[in-house]
Design a protein around this ligand. Sequence first.
Ligand SMILES: Cc1cc2nc3c(=O)[nH]c(=O)nc-3n(C[C@H](O)[C@H](O)[C@H](O)COP(=O)(O)OP(=O)(O)OC[C@H]3O[C@@H](n4cnc5c(N)ncnc54)[C@H](O)[C@@H]3O)c2cc1C
Length: 402
Amino acid sequence: MADAPVDSIVSVPVAIVGAGPAGLMLAHLLGRAGVESVAVDTRTRHEIETTQRAGILEADVARDLVETGVSDRVLREGHEHEGIEVRSAGRPYRVDFKELVGASTWLYPQTDVFADLADARARDGGTVHFGIRDTEVAGVTTDAPRVRYTAPDGGRHEIRARFVVGADGSRSMCRDLVPEDRRTRYGKEYPFAWFGVLAEAPPSAPELVYARSEHGFALISQRTESVQRMYFQCSPDESPDAWPDDRIWETLQARVAGEDGFRLKEGPITERTVLRFRSFVQEPMRWGSLLLAGDAAHTVPPTGARGLNLALHDVKVLAGVLVRALAGAGEAALEEYQPRALQRVWRAQNFSSWMTGLLHTAPGASAFDLRLRLGELDNVVGTRAGRAYLAEQYTGWPTREH
Ligand SMILES: Cc1cc2nc3c(=O)[nH]c(=O)nc-3n(C[C@H](O)[C@H](O)[C@H](O)COP(=O)(O)OP(=O)(O)OC[C@H]3O[C@@H](n4cnc5c(N)ncnc54)[C@H](O)[C@@H]3O)c2cc1C
């Protein structure tokens, strides 16, 4: 970091790079424990709030939003889902979470989670700087790391902290601060992507519908009474512009069609995006005074709806660890973070990768492989043990307290 003069210097116990769900929830939890933080983000609040991402929360995550005082809006505007429908070769199978494992999930978009967290920070007097640029982090192998950034008005500022948390998402710059010879990156790329759309239409189903047919994968999700979110498998090189509304609806209808005559309710498509995805984990999640959380440390394919939940689990653990470390427990507390976070990370990696393989068709797969996958899907939806496994993984795992 250049030691050029800066326009201001603030000192706080924790500096947070990235004010997405992980960064803001961490700031909120620290604030509740009386630990001050400053969070910075390169995007504006409006940009983050209008980028469509995850939509499914584990019940524990929804409860945490309410019980930690972020907001109870999830209870008023979210929808509790007691299961999902899996359509295999045109046949519908309900995976009843409540009946199988006594659990549920909440449909509550990430954009709303983010808005609630940003509002809570503003309400509680927390400091978050959106729309900054040129983030620099230095001194992470010392007890006095620093973050520098340029504010939207061009001023250059410095945050001095005891800890820096890298919550800067899947293209994290913070994770590069762990030296190459001291870090391991695990992962794999998938040879397919999701074509995601937002449609102005009424819901076609009360819960999420995951479909695998000879035409390929589709996921039917919801947003509001008049806006729906849907995805179908496509090539990673697909161009969104090559897909007029008619072609999108024809593709989606073919993938969900079946013996029960199920049809999607159609309407104008207002957004189309191709989402490439991968499985990725970087270890270690801590390097000196730097701790990584959320997508900065790990990303999962979206099939199992784990990414956002995992990010929020990381910071739940991390907040407790940082509070204890700052209160004097030091190293002993810090050492707990990675093992407790990683246990869930690898469970979620396994589940997300498994569910992705189960429901997608890899280009060039042999006829034998295809039939094996169909047999596996039949084993999952056609047996109680299979459905219970899916239900347990999909709804999440309890957080270990220590
Ligand atoms: C298009 C898309 C669709 C998705 N769909 C689903 C889904 O359906 N289900 C699911 O569970 N998950 C989904 N995910 C994953 C989920 O959205 C993420 O797991 C979740 O956002 C992780 O939260 P985070 O706070 O760790 O990272 P992010 O939400 O990515 O937040 C990181 C923040 O850091 C900021 N930042 C980056 N670099 C810097 C820097 N140098 N300086 C300062 N700030 C910086 C970014 O602007 C960003 O706001 C999706 C992800 C994407 C990209």
